[in-house]
Ligand binder design. Structure first.
Ligand SMILES: [Zn+2]
Length: 242
């Protein structure tokens, strides 16, 4: 199927383009998005292969689509669109959305509760985003966060370990992330003010998603605070945002 995909992608690039004014409106305010032809082409292919749907009556405009697609393409700029294979849907809610949770404990008691989320990535399913959080929350990057979870899920349940490239050292990855994660959880437990969102202490998969946001949005500070993690992310994403 590889040749067919490549042929389709070449056709998309030959026949379509993103209008310059639209590109500017959608990405102009996003400093971490490189304004390169390469990212623009990848964004175009992303838009051709993924399907957007608005929830709760939200109309997903062209500008919203391009903005989400461009941000989602930053992590895979040097990996390629096949790293987002296995799902097509991107569902956009106007604001944070509620999901019903259910868990059965060891006594067989069913616990039910509702979570308010700004984003969710489902294994084998769509990426769900709150547009309000995507556009207006200065402290989180919901798009990079949820698509980092998608990369993490390529080799099984999200656990903070995405499929590493040949030549990468799994032990080096594990020791860099374990040390950073344990230190971070310790700081959160002691009630200390943390540079990263304390939500990163939730579990190793959240730590990976949150520090991926920081890697792209604040590379200098990420490298200074977490040099070993920065090195591993640089090898994994095959780019150095700094
Ligand atoms: Zn998350």
């Amino acid at each position: 199927m590889g040749w067919l995909t490549n042929w389709r992608r070449r056709r998309v690039l030959e026949k379509h383009r993103i209008d310059d004014a639209l590109w500017q409106r959608a990405t102009g305010g996003l400093a971490f998005v490189p304004k390169t032809e390469k990212l623009k082409e990848l964004t175009l292919l992303f838009l051709a292969e993924k399907e957007f749907a608005g929830a709760h009556g939200l109309e997903v405009t062209e500008e919203m689509r391009v903005s989400i697609a461009a941000q989602a393409c930053v992590p895979i700029l040097e990996l390629g669109l096949d790293w987002y294979a296995g799902f097509t849907g991107i569902v956009v809610y106007p604001g944070d959305f509620r999901v019903q949770r259910e868990q059965v404990d060891e006594l067989g008691v069913v616990h039910e509760w509702a979570d308010e989320l700004a984003g969710e990535a489902m294994p084998g399913g769509p990426v769900v985003l709150s547009w309000d959080a995507t556009a207006n929350d200065p402290y989180i990057n919901v798009v990079v966060h949820e698509f980092a979870h998608k990369l993490d899920m390529l080799n099984g349940p999200a656990d903070g370990l995405p499929p590493l490239h040949a030549g990468m050292d799994r032990a080096a990855w594990a020791s860099a992330f374990e040390e950073a994660y344990e230190g971070f959880c310790d700081a959160v437990d002691r009630g200390k003010e943390t540079w990263l969102d304390p939500y990163a202490a939730e579990d190793p998969s959240e730590f990976f998603a949150v520090i991926s946001e920081a890697f792209f949005e604040q590379p200098a500070e990420t490298k200074q605070r977490y040099p070993d993690v920065y090195d591993q992310l640089r090898l994994f994403y095959r780019q150095d945002p700094l």
